[in-house]
Design a protein around this ligand. Structure first.
Ligand SMILES: NC(=O)c1ccc[n+]([C@@H]2O[C@H](COP(=O)([O-])OP(=O)(O)OC[C@H]3O[C@@H](n4cnc5c(N)ncnc54)[C@H](OP(=O)(O)O)[C@@H]3O)[C@@H](O)[C@H]2O)c1
Length: 378
């Protein structure tokens, strides 16, 4: 086996560990770490929660504090600053590691290359960029939000093969299978906020919470219940048509009810322990502008927003170029041309102008297919 493929093999292991942190490290990135000496893994671990030890320290403890002469594989550059914990780069130097393989540089302005520089200055051999694309993808929400201040937006769509989400009478339960829906629970558990529209709330009265017992069994086997968070719920209701007392989602967790500045309502008002109403000036189309919502969420520190809405909101979000990722669950059903479309976007006038997405992942879930697409920005 060549050196490079061995590096990839251990980095893959670090990335698999990092992924376990995606449910609980907010607002920190998910990071995994593996120590290898004489061709043997001597310690491994991942960052679980902000304020707790970083991946390198968890892995060091699992190696019983002895990593002298080892290679450290870490999925994100070791930190170089005093935050809630002391700098990991300094600790790695002190523990006498020989080599450090880093998947990608930490875009956090407080680190951005300084952890790597610290290691190199101390004579540690550093290799950067092993499985960098996979590492950046894992922390795509952290990367986008720390650089732009705006959350990464994932749009989830459960649809038929002909891209329909509901029948003519509006009934939509259920197009996709229970297994696909349990993957939706997993998406929810990994994000910080769920955005929906007034149409979905009035049609389906969804709860939009994370139900531990509905998560995929593999997730439940690895992630204890207490680590699963409930994302903030955000409802876009331009004309304030919904009555929060009538719908289930307003009675649990934290909800931001975004309405237009209608009927003299301005600013914000706490309506109950669960609901904050926020007035946002409407755009020319008479809707709540997504940019204003995303800026507000970014200002609250939200890194990853999941949109679960109907064709109306989903369509205009895609049109506005703000849907960073589409996660489509396609069921092998045909519902017909008069049923509700999954994407009520504007009509594209030339192929060259079509909004483009790149296929990132395909996964069979029983008879359904899960497709993950990333927005192409060129
Ligand atoms: N299959 C799935 O994955 C899935 C997921 C969720 C929902 N659904 C289905 O979708 C159906 C509801 O679809 P829908 O299109 O009526 O509802 P929707 O997309 O949830 O909400 C659309 C409404 O959101 C409001 N809105 C606020 N800001 C907006 C903006 N910037 N752009 C566009 N709309 C904005 C608009 O009403 P106002 O401007 O008046 O507020 C609009 O009518 C239901 O049958 C539900 O079952 C399917």
């Amino acid at each position: 086996m060549t050196g490079v493929s061995q590096d990839e093999q251990y980095m893959r292991q670090a990335l698999r560990l990092a992924a376990l942190g995606l449910y609980s490290t907010y607002p920190n990135p998910a990071v995994g770490c593996v120590f290898v000496r004489d061709g043997r893994v001597i310690g491994s671990g991942y960052h679980v929660a902000a304020g707790g030890p970083h991946a390198e320290i968890v892995a060091l403890e699992s190696a019983h504090g002895d990593v002298r002469g080892a290679t450290c594989y870490v999925s994100l550059e070791p930190c170089s600053h005093y935050g809630r914990t002391p700098p990991c780069a300094e600790r790695l130097v002190r523990e006498g590691i020989k080599r450090c393989v880093v998947a990608c540089v930490d875009p956090n302005p407080k680190v951005r290359g300084q952890g790597i520089a610290m290691l190199e200055r101390a004579g540690v051999e550093v290799l950067v960029g092993v499985l960098a694309d996979k590492a950046r993808y894992l922390n795509r929400a952290f990367f986008k939000s720390i650089v732009t201040g705006v959350p990464y937006v994932t749009v989830k769509v459960g649809m038929s093969l002909d891209a329909r989400t509901a029948l003519v009478d509006g009934s939509s339960k259920w197009i996709t299978s229970p297994r696909s829906r349990s993957h939706v629970q997993k998406l929810r558990a990994r994000c910080d906020a769920i955005i929906t529209g007034s149409g979905t709330v009035s049609a389906d009265d969804p709860r939009l919470d994370v139900r531990y017992e509905e998560l995929p069994p593999k997730v439940r086997a690895r992630i204890p219940r207490e680590r699963i968070r409930s994302p903030l719920k955000v409802v876009l209701d331009s004309r304030a048509r919904l009555d929060p007392g009538r719908y289930r989602l307003f009675s649990t967790g934290q909800v931001i009810w975004c309405t237009g500045e209608v009927e003299g309502f301005h600013g914000e008002e706490r309506l109950s322990e669960h609901v904050l109403r926020v007035g946002i000036p409407l755009n020319e189309a008479g809707h709540i502008p997504f940019t204003a919502v995303l800026e507000r969420l970014g200002g609250m520190g939200i890194r990853h927003a999941l949109v679960e809405a109907g064709g109306g909101l989903t369509g205009s979000l895609i049109d506005s170029g703000l849907a960073d990722e589409l996660v489509v669950f396609a069921a092998p059903k045909i519902l017909g041309p008069d049923t509700r479309p999954a994407f009520r976007t504007c009509n594209c006038t030339s192929m060259a102008k079509a909004i483009g997405y790149r296929l990132r992942k395909v996964r069979e879930i029983g008879d359904d297919v899960k497709l993950v697409y990333e927005l192409t920005r060129d």
